[in-house]
Write a protein that binds this ligand. Structure first.
Ligand code: NAP
Length: 522
């Protein structure tokens, strides 16, 4: 059984008291161990801040983009091993592992290409110079300069591959060294990817470090110019916001927390219409992809009250075809959750929602395939519903992180939008309609409380990228309870890893920068 060593100060660190064991969530077999509180954090962070920053920031954006391309090649060469690890540690089918592993590769490739467009630039300008003096000679030019610290990533358990690289790609492109702390329960895949990239010798010393196991001391090792990107629960997010590094030292923190995403079927989506079918397919896909363990998954499904029964029936019929169990069996369509603890949380969450919503489809009536219900972390899909959406509050407050969604009947457009807002800030809402004028208006009204509004009409039914899929060209993050963070969005992602400064001086001085500069959003 392998021990997931930490990599700090350009060296694999000796074992420091294994306190955590990682399990196969289907068989319950132990598969790896990770350590207790990491030793050498302050030195490791200092090494990255000095050596890693200096080496990365000596390069142009184009050179760093080419490093991302090299990382991608290493990941592609080791792809089979990643699928094996995902199967053993996350209990996912091949299709669900691909969402994480190929999603990581796609995002890295995207930033490698986008970064190449910055070419020889060493400086990013933000807008053009503003004239400050009557003679027009004294001017102010805003520039973005890479931060002088490290980027610490504390990640959730559900995306050990994509969760690392969707953050690391823009950070490394910006010239900022990365320290990754994966969620312990699924840390093996992140660890293996980092180990492969380090072994390939692509990155300069200090550019990539990893801490597995205990998170103790991580935040204490942060210094004022560092940044912290956290993905996980609202409770841990609250601890992080109150930590002195963030509260007193102004460490910039990006928080991606839980989210009660919704999907709205338009009034024109009667049974038999193309948008009705698109909506039903999307809801089933969202409930079952990665067993519903996606932060973007549809938790609240709003439909015109007159179509409530038809949607429930159509979704139930499709969910009945989802076989659940051991993903090693080719008949299985949906594998397990990441741990028995998560399974217990999901079952408790269903019981909680059941106090105000009825169970419309209960997949647990079907037998699991090749999995012992007393051991495996498998949970069957469950659709709940409240015809009168005003009856419940919990559905807007309690995220059940599994294959679970609640159908809500709405009266009119204003009612649907107000229900979506009751999530108090979500990552994504989708709207399904062929009434483009209504959908555009609804999209605008929903944008105030969502990071992304995904609008599906039948003309894009086959090409739309999916409610829950995070595309690197669009931003990922949401206001309010979703954490208030923002990631990706093309070159916008680089903003988090740069500081904006105003350079004020003679136009003759400012022009000296022009040869090395590129405007960051052109
Ligand atoms: P979690 O318990 O908050 O853990 C997240 C990460 O924080 C893990 O790496 C964990 O390490 C670490 N951690 C725990 N306590 C810490 C502390 N005191 N100081 C520093 N780090 C600490 O969340 P989770 O249960 O793994 O994740 C599930 C949640 O994540 C769901 O609610 C989901 O909505 C959310 N999520 C959000 C997004 C998004 O993009 N918005 C994406 C995915 C998931 P250990 O594993 O070692 O405890």
């Amino acid at each position: 059984m392998s021990f997931l060593q930490n990599y700090l100060s350009n060296a694999w660190q000796p074992k420091s008291g294994a306190v955590a064991t990682l399990f196969d969530p289907v068989t319950g077999q132990p598969i790896a161990t990770a350590g207790g509180p990491a030793e050498g954090l302050a030195e490791g962070f200092a090494f990255a801040r000095t050596q890693g920053t200096t080496a990365l920031q000596a390069m142009t954006y184009g050179q760093r983009a080419s490093l991302l391309g090299d990382i991608l090649k290493v990941l592609q060469a080791n792809r089979d091993a990643y699928y094996d690890i995902a199967l053993a540690n996350s209990g996912t089918t091949k299709a669900d592992s691909a969402v994480d592993i190929e999603g990581a590769a796609f995002t890295l490739g995207y930033y490698a290409k986008l970064g190449a467009t910055l070419g020889d630039a060493r400086i990013l300008t933000d807008g053009s110079a503003a004239i400050l003096s009557k003679d027009q000679l004294f001017q102010s030019q805003h520039i973005l300069c890479p931060i002088r610290g490290i980027a610490l990533f504390i990640n959730a358990f559900n995306f050990p591959a994509w969760g690392l690289w969707e953050k690391a790609a823009p950070a490394l492109l910006s010239g900022v060294p990365v320290v990754i702390k994966p969620a312990t329960v699924t840390a093996w895949l992140t660890h293996r990817m980092v180990a492969d990239v380090i072994a390939a010798g692509i990155l300069p010393a200090g550019a990539l470090s990893i801490v597995c196991g205990s998170s103790a001391g991580l935040l204490d090792a942060l210094q004022p110019f560092d940044v912290l990107s956290f993905t996980g629960s609202a409770d841990t997010a609250a601890l992080i916001r109150a930590h002195p590094a963030v509260a007193r030292h102004s460490v910039r923190a990006n928080i991606e927390a839980d989210s009660l995403n919704s999907a709205i079927l338009g009034m024109d989506g009667a049974p038999g219409t193309p948008v009705f079918d698109l909506y039903v397919n999307e809801l089933v896909r969202e409930m079952t992809t990665k067993s519903g363990q996606r932060c973007t998954a549809i938790r609240r499904a709003m439909v015109p009250v007159q179509y409530f029964d038809a949607v429930a029936e159509a979704v139930g019929a499709k969910l009945a075809q989802i076989s659940v169990g051991n993903p090693r069996n080719p008949e299985v369509r949906m594998g397990s959750l990441v741990s028995r603890e998560q399974r217990d949380n999901v079952q408790a969450g269903i019981a909680k929602l059941e106090t105000e919503a009825a169970i419309l489809y209960d997949g647990s009536k079907q037998a699991m395939i090749d999995a012992d219900p007393a051991i495996a972390a498998c949970v069957a899909p469950t659709l709940l519903g409240a015809r009168d959406a005003e009856q419940g509050a919990l559905v807007h407050e309690h995220e059940v992180f599994g294959p679970v969604s609640t159908l809500l009947g709405y009266r009119d457009s204003a009612h649907a939008v107000s229900l979506a807002h009751r999530g108090l800030g979500s990552l994504v809402v989708s709207v399904f309609s062929d009434d483009h004028a209504w959908m555009a208006q609804a999209g605008y009204e929903l944008a105030g409380s969502h990071g992304r509004v995904h609008m599906v009409s039948s003309d894009v039914g086959k090409t739309q990228t999916g409610h829950g899929n995070v595309m690197p060209a669009s931003i990922h993050g949401g206001p309010g309870r979703a954490g208030g963070g923002e990631e990706l969005g093309g070159l916008r992602a680089l903003g988090f890893y740069h500081r904006r400064a105003a350079l004020q001086g003679s136009s003759a001085t400012l022009q000296q920068l022009a040869h090395a500069a590129k405007n960051w959003l052109v």
